[in-house]
Design a protein around this ligand. Structure first.
Ligand code: ADP
Length: 343
C-alpha cells in the first residue's frame, strides 16, 4: 500500500480528463446511465430542434465527475450548435461576459461551470441575457452614466453546480430545465468501463471490471482513472490484460479498499474520531485538520462518505457514525467523550 501518495481522487487536477477527451461521449446514445434524465433531455432537444429555437436554459446539479460538462457538450452536438465553455470564476468583469455573449453563434450552448460562484453583477447581467437575449451595458460614469441594451443571439445557458443550495433563487428560477445527476450504479459503471476499454483498446476481464465498478464511488471520472492506472499495472506487472488479480493488487497499491475509500477518506473519519471525539465538528475546521480544500471535502469526499453511512451532516457539524468506528477498528468506548455517534 502506498501511504504517502497524494489523494488518488483529488478533483483539483482534471489532467487525466484532458488527456482522454476520447473517452467523453459525444451523443446521448453513448452517454451511459442516467436513463430518466436522458429520456427527458432527448425530448426537449428534439422539440427545440423541430421548432428551430434555442433549447431552454438548463440547470445541472450533482457531485463532481458525474458528467455535467459532458452533457453540455452532448447537448451542443445533438442540437448541431457550437459549445462555449467557461467557469464562473473566469467571469470576473461584465466585459468578460459581454465579450463571450456578443461573439456567439445563434443557438450556442453556453456552459458555465460552478454557477453558484457567479459575482452578483455578472448574475444580474445574465438574468436579462437569459430572458430577453439582451445585455444591459453601462456607458460613462457618475451622473452622466446611462444604460444601453445590446442584443445578443439566442443561446442556451447550461449552468452546472456541485452546490445547488448556493445558487440564488432568482438565478435558479430562470432555468426552464433542471437536471439532477445522481451517482451511477454498478451496472452503469461496468458499461462505462467497457466502453472506455474498447476506445483505449484495453483487454479487461469481466470480474476485473466488476470489481473496479464497485470501487469507483459511483463516479465515471473515478472509474476511468482507475481503469488507466490498472492498465499501467497490467502492462508492467502482467501481460497487458486487466485481470481480477491485477485489480486487487493495483487497488491495494493505491490504498483503495473494496468500498472505494482511499487513505484520505479514512483520514477524514479518523480526524473526526480522534481529534474531535467523533464530532460534531465544523466543515472548515475539519478541512484544515486534513489539509484539504473545503470544496473538495464538501463536494467530493463527504457525499460519498454520507452515502456509505460513515458520516453524518448535522446542524452542529460533521459526525462519525458507528460504521466509521468499525471501519477504522476503533473502539467506541475508547473514544466516547464527544458522543458524536449518538446524534
Ligand atoms: P463533471 O462536469 O460532472 O465534473 P465530466 O462531464 O467532466 O463531469 O465527466 C468526467 C469524465 O467522466 C468525462 O471525461 C467522461 O469521459 C466521463 N463520463 C461522465 N459521465 C459519463 C457517462 N454517463 N458515460 C460515459 N462516460 C462518462
Amino acid at each position: 500500500m502506498v501511504d504517502d501518495m497524494e489523494s488518488f481522487y483529488s478533483m483539483e487536477a482534471k489532467t487525466d480528463d484532458v488527456k482522454d477527451t476520447a473517452l467523453r461521449p459525444l451523443t446521448l446514445r453513448d452517454f451511459q446511465g442516467q436513463d430518466k434524465l436522458k429520456d427527458n433531455l432527448e425530448i426537449f432537444i428534439k422539440a427545440a430542434k423541430s421548432r428551430k429555437e434555442a433549447l431552454d436554459h438548463v440547470f445541472i446539479s450533482g457531485p463532481p465527475g458525474l458528467g455535467k460538462t459532458t452533457l453540455a457538450g452532448i447537448m451542443a452536438n445533438e442540437l448541431g450548435v457550437e459549445a462555449r465553455v467557461t467557469a464562473a470564476p473566469a467571469l470576473d468583469k461584465p466585459k468578460d461576459l459581454a465579450g463571450l455573449l456578443t461573439t456567439i453563434q445563434p443557438g450556442t450552448v453556453f456552459f458555465i461551470d460552478e454557477i453558484h460562484r457567479l459575482k452578483p453583477a455578472i448574475e444580474e447581467m445574465l438574468y436579462v441575457a437569459m430572458e430577453d437575449y439582451e445585455l444591459d451595458w453601462i456607458i460613462g460614469q457618475g451622473p452622466s452614466a446611462r444604460t444601453i441594451r445590446i442584443p445578443v443571439p439566442p443561446f442556451t445557458l447550461v449552468g452546472a453546480t456541485t452546490k445547488p443550495g448556493k445558487v440564488s433563487s432568482p438565478m435558479y428560477t430562470r432555468f426552464g430545465i433542471t437536471l439532477k445527476m445522481d451517482y451511477y450504479d454498478k451496472r452503469e459503471l461496468i458499461d462505462i468501463l467497457n466502453r472506455s476499454s474498447d476506445i483505449l483498446k484495453i483487454d479487461i476481464h469481466e470480474e476485473a471490471a466488476d470489481l473496479l465498478a464497485k470501487c469507483s464511488r459511483g463516479t465515471p471520472r473515478v472509474a476511468n482513472r482507475l481503469l488507466r492506472r490498472m492498465r499501467d499495472f497490467a502492462q508492467v506487472n502482467g501481460d497487458g490484460i486487466i485481470t481480477k488479480a491485477i485489480v486487487v493488487n493495483g487497488l491495494n497499491r493505491l490504498g483503495i479498499d473494496d468500498k472505494g475509500l482511499e487513505r484520505h477518506d479514512r483520514d477524514i473519519l479518523r480526524a473526526i474520531i480522534e481529534k474531535y471525539n467523533g464530532g460534531p465538528v465544523g466543515a472548515e475546521t475539519l478541512a484544515i485538520s486534513v489539509s484539504e480544500g473545503i470544496d473538495t471535502l464538501e463536494d467530493f469526499y463527504e457525499p460519498y462518505l454520507i452515502r456509505q453511512g460513515f458520516l453524518k451532516r448535522t446542524s452542529r457539524g460533521r459526525v462519525a457514525t458507528l460504521r466509521a468506528y468499525e471501519l477504522l477498528k476503533i473502539d467506541v468506548k475508547d473514544n466516547d467523550e464527544g458522543q458524536g455517534i449518538l446524534f
